[in-house]
Structures are given as structure tokens and as C-alpha cells.
Design a protein around this ligand. Structure first.
Ligand SMILES: *Cc1c(COP(=O)(O)O)cnc(C)c1O
Length: 412
């Protein structure tokens, strides 16, 4: 690598077309926040929006606000705004419960789509290293809801070979929560469709940072998280995508009144709403939904091409510096070197990861431990600066070098 210094990174910040977005977030002074892929930062506008919803909409209109302020339609309205970020035409995305519960609904729906076609398929095929909650949800379905169904976990490389005519649905994370590796969505959809299987994508670590084109990639189903790169706030509800071609056959098991075709007719029996609203269940968490809407609106203002370019540059530079300056201390880069295969975070592996994260914290850098030995560095392009990359690698180098000296001292 050519010799670089902090000035080079300052220059990148000066020329960064997205630099202005940092001002839109309410970040504490002196903190280098490298954890936005786990819980995003609060947009300044969120506070104003919440205040407006409570002090004007709720206080003034009370129950009528469900209609007068469009609260009832907010899950689908915000869904359509997410649709714009993931390449989905309107009417295919809705905000629901947590990602885990949304996944439960869509997995059950996927098993049922096949049953409806008269060809029973019983396998949920997934990656052994998928996000644990996703694996737990799938297992829970086979234990509590569909005893005939089974979950088959294989290594990600073996997914294509494991596709057979018993696979109802392949459940995968688009970007791996540990390594940050991106899977080829279009290619996997094609291979699964060739044997008649559906694919359900978890977009939690992709949306807002990695380009997505669900309609163009012929996707079937997807879920995703609202509180990571979308900055929707702690516990923000997640969303569900159902392709328009599947929607008429898609039903879900938590059949509550707001997913009914006519909720306010209070009919004795359930009839699913005709559109994507059939995926919903009860009253939406309005305050959280309003906060999510603010996070999404902010993300939507950024040119996705610039977002991806900056994100790629941040991860590239972090990997370059880490390889040069941290590898000698036993830290290796777990994330893909190939830019096209890499999402928005970089993961380092070091045997003393826990201690490193703690020391980083005391020096004003917030990153995340993934037990036992992984350091996850989230480089959210809307508020992380290029100098943050330089400074965080420099801090890690200092800590690692100091730790060696300490050990040497102990031995004397
Ligand atoms: C963060 C994350 C979730 C979030 O699940 P919740 O149920 O909303 O807490 C789900 N899946 C993946 C892959 C995630 O990274």
C-alpha cells in the first residue's frame, strides 16, 4: 500500500458528497460510532416527528387520528417507501412486527402456498450459519405448527446441491451478519425456481447500504429489520415483501382483525385482505412506525449509488489498513476481500476480541463483539467518516501494541 496518513482520509471527507448527512443525526460528541449495523443512530427529525404525533395528532384527534392522520395506512405507506429502497413496486411491502415474527408469518405462508398447489413440500432449507433467530423460528414452526415439515441446515456452498423437489422454501440472509458476505440473489432465486422452490431473503444487513432489486431479481419473499442501517430506532418494526405474483396465494397464520378484508365490519369469520395488508395482524406500533418512517425518509434522500460507493470505499480502506497494521498482532480480516461480495461491515478475528472491544470503548470507539473472537465494525456511510476508519485502526494498533508491551513487562 502506498504510504497514507490521516490527511489523506481528511481529504476524502472533504470530497465526500454524502458528508452532509452526518449533520442530520443526533450523535454524541467524541464518540466514533461503529455499530450502526446493529442499532442505527437517531435522526434529529425523529424527535420532532414523535413530538408531532403525540402532541398534535394523538392529543388533538385522539382515536380519530387512525383515519384523519393516516395511521391505519401507515404500515403499507411506509412499506411502499421501503419498497423504493429494495427495488419493489408499490403494494408488495408492509411493515409488521419484529423481523423474527414476520419471518414466522412468511415461512408458514410459504409452506402453505405449496400445500395449496396440491404438491406437498416439507423442507425449509437454510444455511447452517444463518442468523440464529431465523434458525430458531424455523425450528419452532416444525415443532409447534407444521409437525410434518423439517428444517435442513447445510453449508452455504451446498445450498444448490441440496435443492430438490421437497424444498418448499430456501431461507437465507442476503448479507451474512458475521462476515458481511453478500449472496448472489438473482442466481439463487433462479436455481431454486428451477426445482419449484421459493426463496425467502432476510435483508436485515443489506437494506440501506447494499443495492437491492427484488422485483428485477425475481424474488419471492423477504423480511428485513428497521433499526439497523434504516435508523428506525430501538425495536423498530420490521417489514415483509411478497412478490405480486405470489400475493393472491399467500396467507399467514396470525389472522388478526387488521389483516381482515373489512376490519370494521366486525364479521364473525376471517377473510384475508386482498392486498399486502393481509400480512398484518393487529394495531401497528404507531410511535415506532413513525420513528421508522423518519429513518427511512432520511435514507431515501441519499443517492443509493453514492451510498454503495462510499460504503465500499470505507470497508476497502478499513481492510487495507487493518491488513497492514493489525495482522502483525494476530488480527485477521474475516470479511470478503472482493468488493462486490462485501456488505457494509467488516469483521476482524482476534483471540482477545472481548478485551479489544472494551478498550476501544474506553477510547471512544463503539464497535461490537460477536462471541467468542469476532470484532464487528459497522461503517454506516451516512454518518461514519473516512477519518473514523483511520482513527479506529490506529486505536486498535495502539491497544494491540500496548498489550504486547504489558505482557513483556509481566515477564520481566
Ligand atoms: C438484526 C436481525 C434481525 C432482527 O430480528 P428482530 O426479530 O427484529 O429482533 C433478524 N435477522 C437478521 C439476519 C438480523 O441481522
Amino acid at each position: 500500500m502506498t504510504a497514507r496518513d490521516r490527511t489523506f482520509f481528511e481529504l476524502l471527507d472533504e470530497n465526500d458528497e454524502l458528508a452532509g448527512f452526518r449533520e442530520e443525526f443526533d450523535l454524541p460528541d467524541g464518540l466514533v460510532f461503529l455499530n450502526g449495523n446493529s442499532l442505527g443512530a437517531p435522526p434529529k427529525s425523529t424527535w420532532h416527528r414523535l413530538s408531532r404525533v403525540v402532541r398534535q395528532e394523538w392529543r388533538h384527534d385522539m382515536n380519530a387520528a387512525w383515519w384523519t392522520h393516516g395511521w391505519l395506512d401507515l404500515p403499507t405507506a411506509v412499506g411502499d417507501r421501503i419498497g423504493q429502497l429494495i427495488g419493489a413496486a408499490p403494494g408488495q411491502v408492509v411493515v409488521g412486527e419484529s423481523t423474527s415474527v414476520n419471518l414466522f408469518k412468511l415461512l408458514c405462508g410459504a409452506l402453505r402456498v405449496h400445500a395449496g398447489s396440491g404438491r406437498e413440500r416439507q423442507t425449509i432449507l437454510t444455511d447452517t450459519n444463518n442468523f440464529p433467530s431465523d434458525l430458531y423460528i424455523a425450528d419452532g414452526i416444525t415443532q409447534h405448527v407444521h409437525p410434518a415439515a423439517r428444517v435442513r441446515r447445510v453449508d452455504i456452498e451446498s445450498i444448490p446441491d441440496a435443492l430438490d423437489d421437497d424444498v418448499a422454501v430456501v431461507m437465507l440472509s442476503h448479507v451474512d451478519y458475521r462476515t458481511g458476505k453478500i449472496l448472489p440473489m438473482s442466481e439463487i432465486n433462479k436455481r431454486a425456481h428451477a426445482v419449484g422452490s421459493l426463496v425467502l431473503w432476510d435483508l436485515s444487513h443489506s437494506v440501506g447500504v447494499v443495492p437491492l432489486a427484488l422485483d428485477a431479481d425475481d424474488a419471492d419473499l423477504a423480511v428485513g429489520c428497521g433499526y439497523k442501517y434504516l435508523n428506525g430506532g430501538p425495536g423498530a418494526p420490521g417489514y415483509m415483501y411478497v412478490s405480486a405474483r405470489l400475493l393472491p396465494d399467500m396467507q399467514q397464520p396470525i389472522t388478526g382483525w387488521l389483516g381482515h378484508a373489512d376490519p370494521f365490519a366486525f364479521e364473525a369469520d376471517y377473510r384475508p385482505a386482498p392486498g399486502i395488508g393481509r400480512l398484518t395482524t393487529g394495531c401497528p406500533p404507531l410511535l415506532s412506525l413513525a420513528a421508522l418512517d423518519e429513518g427511512i425518509s432520511l435514507t431515501a434522500k441519499a443517492d443509493p449509488v453514492l451510498v454503495r460507493a462510499k460504503s465500499s470505499a470505507l470497508t476497502e480502506l478499513f481492510i487495507e489498513l487493518a491488513s497492514e497494521r493489525l495482522t502483525p498482532y494476530g488480527a485477521d480480516v474475516l470479511s470478503p476481500r472482493a468488493q462486490a461480495q462485501r456488505g457494509g461491515h467488516v469483521t476482524l478475528r482476534h483471540r482477545a476480541a472481548r478485551g479489544l472491544i472494551e478498550r476501544l470503548g474506553t477510547e471512544g470507539f463503539m464497535a461490537e463483539l460477536r462471541v467468542p473472537n469476532l470484532l464487528r465494525i459497522g461503517l454506516s456511510p451516512l454518518f461514519v467518516r473516512f477519518v473514523d476508519v483511520w482513527d479506529s485502526v490506529a486505536a486498535l494498533e495502539r491497544i494491540l501494541a500496548g498489550a504486547l508491551e504489558d505482557t513483556a513487562g509481566d515477564q520481566q
